[in-house]
Ligand binder design. Structure first.
Ligand code: FES
Length: 561
């Protein structure tokens, strides 16, 4: 229940932040018109005011601000530890807290005097105030422009980076994120200079003073209101801090529970006092959290072990995110789970997880035992061949070869596991089962042979002799999952069956054949081996010799994926 409420509040915070971002963007666009003229700025301001000073605009703006500020303070209040928070989180939080004190004077001196004293302020008045009469206030507003913008952009980035399409639009968005505040500040400077020049003209100055009259009483009111707001903000901050200390003291009197992590690490917390993610941070345990604990990215997910039965059930939002990534039962979002009793947790993603890790992933990604077909292929005598070639030629040929082999595997419905130099490892049947996998692996071997023959024809002028390949295929149980580090994480398989497939590929050298596969592969694929050479070979780790099928030319196989 609490998780659901928090997730909903997170969306309200996001929506109110977006409304404020739209307001700020339109404000900056208005400033940028100063690059054209003061008149253009003023014309823009009339449109801007018509929108944001209308009743709906006022509700969205001030309602959004109050909601966003309150929910941000609440999120900070609920945070039990500030350890291991990323630098951009820190910048966003600090800049967010700095915004009210930075902008309050500007808000009172514009909207405040308009509402309370019916002063019809205009751009010239604001620009002269900041540019000519009180340059320190001008510097403060310049800082405010940047602080507000950086805070908003980090929030938008956090939100969008979980979207699969974000990578495609990132460059134009970054360009706009840099361009808009720069244009706004340039417009502000150009408008300020123009207003200062116009003020030197007695006729313009007289007209200006007649239009915008801000007497000493209004001026005094502005400073009094500013001071009152600053005291109010200080009071809110002090109350929150005091409240947090009281809660911490009360919580200290509770009994403790233990969260057990892999490698025998344990973190003690008070029941229900913090999320698993906060406990990881408290205990200095690296834990992925791409969205910063907002319950959106799923990268903090953990497998929960003993003690899971005493956890509150996932909220609707948490369940939705877990479903989106295809998480199996027993997996929870660490940032949304507050343990009430001892619990064993295992983070499922490495601390350096990327936003893409929050996209839907197959159920085997986190590790599963599957019976699959494994194919190994290797170019024969390629090392010797490469010694007689220029590095450029070697890379060119390897790339051509990798592309052709990759196509062969994919056209047969397999999954390339890895390329290592001139070697290829591919997996088949992870989802379709071993029978399907064996059929597809044999079809891939045939396609590889055909593609290589075609490549040899195309490169006949560049090759002293045709490239030759050896392919081994075996089927058996293997542990399948995403393994590796940072950008080098791929779906791969480990186990005896993998080693055996590699051994069969090596055996092609002994038989001078292009393909060797285990009899088991033929049986599972329903493949007719009549007329093919059969043999038995020793395989390390097997008590009995293994029955194999030897095929001199894999292109002659009669198989369909
Ligand atoms: S940190 Fe993103 S969902 Fe938990």
């Amino acid at each position: 229940m609490a998780g659901a409420v928090n997730a909903r509040l997170g969306y309200v915070r996001l929506a109110s932040g977006l409304a404020l971002f739209v307001y700020v963007s339109s404000h900056y666009l208005n400033h940028a018109l100063g690059l054209i003229s003061l008149d253009a700025m003023e014309a823009g301001r009339l449109v801007f005011a018509a929108v944001w000073r209308s009743e709906p605009g006022t509700v969205v703006l001030y309602g959004g601000f109050l909601l966003h500020m309150t929910l941000t303070l609440w999120a900070l209040f609920r945070r039990r530890t500030l350890r291991r928070i990323g630098p951009s989180d820190v910048v966003q939080a600090v800049f967010g807290l700095a915004i009210p004190p930075l902008i309050i004077f500007h808000v009172i001196a514009t909207r405040g005097i308009h509402e309370m004293h019916e002063v019809q302020e205009n751009y010239a008045y604001v620009l002269l105030s900041l540019w000519q009469w009180d340059p320190m206030a001008g510097i403060q507003q310049t800082a405010a422009v940047l602080v507000v913008w950086v805070h908003g952009c980090i929030g938008i980035h956090y939100w969008l980076r979980l979207k699969p399409w974000y990578v495609r639009v990132r460059t134009p968005l970054y360009t706009m994120a840099v361009l808009l505040p720069v244009l706004a500040l340039l417009g502000f400077a150009a408008g300020g200079r123009e207003a200062a020049r116009l003020l030197a003209d007695p006729a313009w100055a007289a007209r200006f003073r007649a239009e915008v009259v801000v007497g000493p009483m209004v001026e005094d009111w502005v400073y009094e209101a500013r001071d009152a707001f600053r005291w109010l903000m200080l009071g809110i901050a002090a109350t929150l801090l005091a409240g947090r200390l009281v809660v911490a003291l009360l919580e200290r009197r509770h009994i403790m529970i233990a969260l057990a992590y892999p490698m025998s690490r344990t973190v003690s917390i008070r029941p229900g006092s913090m999320t698993v993610l906060e406990a990881s941070r408290l205990g200095g345990i690296p834990h992925a959290s791409v969205c910063g604990g907002r319950g959106r990215c799923s990268t903090c997910r953990v497998r929960v072990g003993p003690g899971a039965d005493r956890l509150p059930p996932p909220s609707e939002e948490e369940a939705r995110v877990l479903k989106r990534v295809g998480a199996p039962p027993g997996v929870r979002l660490a940032c949304q789970t507050r343990p009430l009793a001892d619990l064993t947790v295992t983070p499922l993603l490495p601390p350096g997880a990327q936003p893409k890790d929050g996209h839907a992933r197959p159920d085997f990604a986190q590790g599963a035992e599957r019976e699959i077909a494994i194919l190994f292929a290797d170019l024969r005598s390629f090392t010797k061949f490469s010694e007689t070639k220029l590095p450029y030629d070697v890379v060119f040929i390897i790339n051509q070869y990798s592309r052709e082999m990759g196509r062969a595997v994919e056209s047969a419905g397999g999954r390339i596991d890895k390329f290592i130099g001139d070697g290829v490892m591919a997996l088949f049947g992870i989802e379709g089962g071993p029978e399907d996998g064996c059929r597809r692996a044999l079809a891939a071997a045939k396609a590889m042979s055909e593609n290589l023959a075609e490549m040899n024809r195309t490169l006949a002028h560049d090759l002293k002799e045709p490239l030759r390949i050896g392919i081994g295929v075996h089927v058996g149980p293997a542990i399948v999952g995403e393994m590796g580090y940072a950008n080098a994480v791929t779906v791969t398989a480990i186990g005896d069956a993998v080693n055996t497939a590699s051994r069969l590929e090596t055996a092609t050298k002994d038989y001078g054949a292009q393909l060797v596969f285990s009899r088991e592969v033929a049986t599972r694929a329903g493949f007719d081996i009549t007329g093919l050479q059969l043999d038995r070979i020793e395989v390390r780790g097997r008590a009995e010799p293994m029955e194999i099928v030897v095929v001199p030319d894999a292109a002659t196989l009669r198989v369909q994926p």
